[in-house]
Design a protein around this ligand. Structure first.
Ligand SMILES: Cc1cc2nc3c(=O)[nH]c(=O)nc-3n(C[C@H](O)[C@H](O)[C@H](O)COP(=O)(O)OP(=O)(O)OC[C@H]3O[C@@H](n4cnc5c(N)ncnc54)[C@H](O)[C@@H]3O)c2cc1C
Length: 225
């Protein structure tokens, strides 16, 4: 799927349903009264809240730290880039043996892959781009000869961190010591797939105050392997 189109459509659907979205509003802290968060702090203002869900991807540990909880999240960095191919794939192709994917997106082909463990940062290692390109050539044909040619051939080289916890499972739970603060993060390679059901079950928890049985494996208190 096209992640930008998905995020845009989701935002539009939420707005149509009456949800107010504050764009470009970085949460920098929380105002609390005892065990309850009463407002989110941003650079411009404070937003009063009845409950808060920390779902900030790789930046969740910083926010959870402000709520008194340490989360050992690690970035599994993935890379992608766009390239015009002829012929171009007409649907998504998964290159199983090389762990790479090619998708037609916005009139071009986006190729992505790799899992790099090099800290929680957005530093782009060009050698990874070359490795993904070489892996794709195995399936798509010899669309470039020399890796040095890639600089002129590809667009939008990108790196992003998949949020991972040590046992590979997400945490979807109330934050220990807090009455109305929750976390939903650590979905690793499956955050797009599992986001909707995570939101559905967590909303149930937030509204009723009772943890749905389905969320039992994803608690803060589970034994860590
Ligand atoms: C190359 C690649 C391929 C992938 N392929 C797939 C796939 O095929 N299927 C799949 O299911 N998943 C896939 N994933 C994984 C998926 O992208 C992640 O699991 C998912 O994006 C995690 O979602 P998230 O909402 O937890 O975090 P993010 O997507 O990182 O979103 C966090 C959001 O919080 C915002 N934020 C952070 N800090 C603050 C703050 N202080 N205040 C306000 N906002 C803040 C950020 O701006 C961001 O918008 C892939 C990932 C990569 C890198």
């Amino acid at each position: 799927m096209d992640p930008e189109a998905f995020a845009r459509a989701l935002g539009e659907a939420l707005a149509a349903a009456g949800v107010k979205i504050h764009e470009n509003a970085e949460v920098t802290g929380f105002r609390s009264a005892g065990r309850r968060v009463t407002a989110l702090r941003t650079a411009e203002s404070e937003l009063p809240c009845a409950a808060v869900v920390v779902a900030a991807g790789m930046r969740s540990p910083g926010l959870l730290g402000l709520l008194g909880h340490r989360l050992p999240l690690q970035a599994g960095k993935g890379y992608s880039f766009s390239v015009d191919l002829d012929p171009a794939p007409r649907h998504t192709l998964y290159f199983g043996e090389r762990r790479a994917v090619a998708s037609p997106i916005g009139g071009t082909t986006r190729i992505g892959g790799t899992m790099e463990l090099s800290g929680n940062n957005n530093r782009l290692d060009w050698r990874r781009i070359v490795a993904v390109a070489l892996a794709s050539r195995h399936y798509l044909g010899r669309w470039f000869d020399d890796p040095d040619d890639l600089v002129g051939l590809i667009r939008d080289p990108w790196v992003g961190g998949r949020p991972f916890l040590p046992d590979g499972l997400p945490v979807i739970d109330r934050v220990p010591g807090q009455d109305n603060a929750f976390a939903a993060t650590g979905h690793g390679m499956l955050g797009v797939t599992l986001g909707p059901v995570t939101g559905h079950r967590l909303a149930e928890y937030v509204v009723t105050g009772r943890r749905p049985e389905a969320l039992a494996p994803f608690g803060f208190d589970r034994p860590r392997s």
